[in-house]
Ligand binder design. Structure first.
Ligand SMILES: Cc1cc2nc3c(=O)[nH]c(=O)nc-3n(C[C@H](O)[C@H](O)[C@H](O)COP(=O)(O)OP(=O)(O)OC[C@H]3O[C@@H](n4cnc5c(N)ncnc54)[C@H](O)[C@@H]3O)c2cc1C
Length: 464
């Protein structure tokens, strides 16, 4: 059994703590932010101060992969989420439907607070709130240095067999490594080039929510618009705009924001049935980033791994982060026995597993986003990029359209959307490839939806 210190009590840190403790490991979670404040879901969603996770007020959905991890490891968490008003939504795409698989729809902080309260009660987990890991303690007894503890802001030193960095997108791991005189992590990153604006709404009495779709987004030439149902009759609407858009500041003004969302077919029906319950929250500095603690010479140290967003995060419009974090946490818990016995080998194997199983989602996202940045740049000029000509990109784009009426292709798309099979496996199925190929041969033009506001109309909203 291992003694584990986890820096960060967001989704990754909390899931890891729970799953590790349930396998008999002794866990301390150090979390900079305070606990959830109140008793109602609204208190959790809008009253919990979470500066350590600035994306907390943005739209979130937990895809079927996240729910599958919970179903396998901690079904009581699903029960508690549902009791708190979180909704299950079938994992479907167009005509496809994955039997027994569901997404969970919730304001992020409602789901996080529910998980947090379960972890607080879990024997084997100690939560240290309002403190932070500021440095790692390193032993140099062997050939490779081994992290064997964490120094806290409070001055305490916690010894551990394994220190887990679950500090999210803004993790300070590079600083810890540098301060300890260790080799740097290997980072790969790419700015996404856009920022988010999100507002939450509640259904008006007597109104029903429009059908939720996952992915609940539409890519315009100059923006992406998202709609997600959430817990307890709430929902969120988001837009992402290029960081270079000269009109980027205009849509923080509620009337313009509302007018624009009423003009987009995806969000128009939601605007009819809801009233705002939050301000418009902004989130910038969005990037894809992968951080590895193994370079060409092997692990930079034993006894330390990065988990969840600290290890890898991708463009959030696809809603993958929590699923990747839970999956990562599940593997950590399954493998953690080795951490106390072989701290260096453990780091190497954990890195390989992460790369083999989660890396594919990073790689495909980076490739897709390169095209997305081109789309936004053209959109700012009021231009529309020509339909993609890369065969693989055309195939994937066609699969999403084809999925609307074809249940075989729909199932494949749903597996990819919900992270249940990588694209090569889901789309490599001969039946899927044949159907998408036939669709492409009769529908060579993969145009974007036509009835969305043009760039000129968008600019008119911005200056109204
Ligand atoms: C705009 C936006 C929308 C998103 N939408 C979705 C979505 O729909 N679905 C989805 O699955 N994912 C979504 N994500 C991604 C999701 O937010 C993250 O993937 C998820 O929160 C990862 O969890 P984490 O625990 O790794 O990091 P976080 O949730 O960011 O938690 C990190 C925690 O570590 C703490 N911390 C940091 N450093 C220290 C330290 N040194 N000591 C102590 N504590 C520390 C912080 O206070 C914080 O609580 C979205 C992200 C963004 C930016």
């Amino acid at each position: 059994m291992a003694r584990v210190v986890i820096a960060g009590g967001g989704f990754a840190g909390l899931a890891a703590a729970l799953l590790l403790a349930r396998r008999g490991h002794t866990v301390t979670v150090v979390e900079r932010d305070g606990p959830p404040p109140g008793s109602t879901p609204d208190d959790d969603a809008h009253g919990w101060h979470r500066p350590g996770a600035p994306q907390s007020h943005q739209s979130h959905v937990l895809l079927a992969r996240a729910r599958r991890v919970l179903a396998d490891e901690a079904p009581d968490v699903i029960d508690a989420l549902l009791a708190r008003g979180v909704r299950e939504h079938p994992a479907a795409a167009g005509a496809g439907r994955l039997e027994g698989e569901y997404a969970l729809m919730s304001r992020r902080l409602v789901a996080e607070a529910t998980l947090r309260r379960i972890v607080d009660r879990e024997p084997g987990v100690t939560m240290r709130c309002g403190d932070a890991v500021v440095k790692v303690q390193v032993s140099r007894a062997g050939d490779v240095p081994v992290v064997n503890g964490a120094h806290l802001l409070s001055g305490d030193l916690l010894y551990a067999d394994l220190v887990v960095d679950a500090g999210g997108r803004r993790s300070a791991l590079p600083v810890w490594l540098a301060d300890a005189g260790l080799r740097p992590a290997v980072d790969d990153s790419q700015d996404c080039g856009f920022f988010y604006l999100t507002r939450y709404y509640r259904l008006r009495p007597g109104c029903d929510a429009p059908p939720t779709k996952i992915p609940g987004s539409v890519a315009l030439d100059y923006a992406t618009v998202l709609a997600f149902g959430a817990d307890n009759g709430t929902f969120s609407l988001s837009m992402t705009l290029s960081v270079d858009d000269p009109y980027r500041r205009a849509f923080r003004e509620p009337d313009r924001h509302s007018a624009f969302l009423r003009a987009v077919p995806l969000t128009a029906p939601w605007m009819k049935v809801g009233e705002p319950i939050s301000d418009i929250s902004l989130m910038a500095r969005i990037a894809n980033r992968r951080r590895r603690l193994v370079d060409q010479n092997g692990p930079v140290a034993g006894g330390v791994v990065a988990l969840g967003d600290a290890a890898l995060h991708t463009n959030p419009t696809l809603g993958r982060g929590i699923s990747l974090a839970f999956w990562h946490a599940q593997h950590l818990a399954q493998a953690a026995d080795e951490a106390a016995v072989d701290p260096v080998g453990f780091v190497e194997r954990f890195d390989s597993w992460t790369n083999d199983n989660l890396g594919v989602w990073y790689d495909t996202q980076v490739a897709a986003d390169a095209a997305g940045i081109g789309r936004l740049e053209a959109g700012l000029r009021g231009e529309r990029l020509a339909p993609v000509d890369d065969p693989m990109a055309r195939f994937v784009a066609a699969a999403f359209v084809c999925a609307q009426d074809d249940n075989v292709v729909g199932d494949a798309v749903a597996k990819v959307v919900h992270l249940l099979a990588p694209p090569t496996e889901a789309f490599g199925d001969p039946a899927v490839a044949r159907r998408v190929g036939a669709f492409l041969s009769t529908n060579p033009d993969l145009e974007r939806p036509a009835d969305t506001p043009s760039r000129a109309e968008f600019e008119a909203f911005a200056t109204s």
